[in-house]
Design a protein around this ligand. Structure first.
Ligand code: GLV
Length: 339
């Protein structure tokens, strides 16, 4: 049997590359650390069985049409809003993600952002860098307390639950809002389920960790922001379009809320001219939630394992669209090799 062909859209850690190369013939977009140009991507996928992609690649009908042999798309991320999963499922293309391995690392970053925003860490460093630190002063760079306050988590799945576990160490009251109550989280952390509006109105910290879907697009809009306390802090470590940035700008400049910590943006990457960066009460990060060396390596390995499983006829461990398993061309041909 010929070795499966796969396309890898960026240079990835060698541990992951070794897994791919053991089973597949690989081509890699290795020219630079930027997304592969769309036209090149469409040409590169023309003959491949599998694609290893990042959240910077859009996998849609156009790409699928350009990739008639494609059987597996392995996303190196837990979120997969860059992929039209329904379109993949219609064509029997398996889609995989990397859940689990980035949970704790992303919860750590969410907390780093929360603490930095509450205590004005970035602003404080800039004061020193500008030579503006003249003396100790009673109300100089005073921020918000974290301990003992109320944390509201919107989207308490794996990462949200890990954020809640950390909050116990700060003696916080924990509220959460999900589509469904999460009794395990309640038992483990004492978190209490709250309605969306109740959570917004009562929380000192509103942490957004929902996946981006049609329902969550601009979930944090003008109405939501107006419901928050004037002393509240918004933290977004999910996907940028969950927050309406125009409404957020108004909220921050008109004092509806106190500050925001953002790891993700409506249109990434942003540059220094982004309006929110001009505000002192914004802490801005370039989408680094899962970016520890160990975790990014594990994510690449997991994505590689998913891809190899799919292109060698096995059911990938992290299959996002199980319905596609029975629709894949191999199943139609009766060539199922197990799974
Ligand atoms: C990163 O944002 C991810 O979804 O893994």
């Amino acid at each position: 049997m010929p070795r499966p062909k796969v396309y890898v859209t960026r240079r990835i850690p060698r541990e992951a590359m070794a897994i791919l190369e053991a089973y597949c013939d690989c081509r890699v977009f290795a020219q630079e650390d930027t997304p592969v140009p769309r036209e090149m991507l469409l040409a590169e996928v023309a003959d491949v069985d599998g694609a290893f992609v990042l959240l910077t690649e859009r996998v849609d009908d156009e790409l699928l049409a350009a990739a008639p042999r494609l059987r597996v798309v392995a996303n190196m991320a837990v979120g997969y809003d860059n992929i039209d999963v329904a379109a993949c499922t219609r064509r029997g293309v398996l889609v995989t993600n990397t859940p689990g391995v980035l949970t704790e690392t992303t919860a750590d970053l969410t907390w780093a952002l929360l603490m930095a925003t509450a205590r004005r860490i970035v602003e404080a460093q800039k004061v020193i860098e500008r030579g503006e630190w003249r003396t100790w002063s009673p109300m100089f760079l005073t921020g918000q307390d974290v301990y003992g306050r109320t944390l509201g988590i919107i989207g308490a799945g794996r990462i949200g639950s890990a954020v809640a576990r950390r909050a116990r160490g700060f003696d916080m009251t924990i509220l959460y809002h999900n589509r469904r109550p999460n009794p395990d989280l309640e038992a483990e952390t004492g978190a209490r389920y709250a309605g969306f509006h109740e959570l917004l109105e009562q929380s000192d910290f509103v942490v957004v960790l929902v996946p981006l879907t049609q329902e969550t697009h601009h979930l944090i809009n003008e109405d939501a922001l107006r419901r928050m306390k004037p002393s509240a802090i918004l933290i977004n470590a999910s996907r940028g379009p969950v927050v309406d940035e125009t409404a957020l700008y108004k909220a921050l400049t008109e004092g509806w809320i106190w500050a925001a910590g953002l790891d993700v943006w409506e249109r990434e990457p942003i540059g220094p001219d982004h309006p929110l960066l001009a505000l002192p009460n914004v802490v801005a990060l370039p989408h680094i939630g899962s970016a520890s060396i160990a975790t990014r390596t594990r994510m690449a390995v997991v994505a590689a394992e998913n891809l190899v499983a799919g292109v060698t006829g096995r059911r990938p461990p992290n299959l996002v669209n199980p319905e596609a398993w029975d629709r894949r061309p191999a199943a139609a041909e009766g060539a199922d090799q197990g799974g």
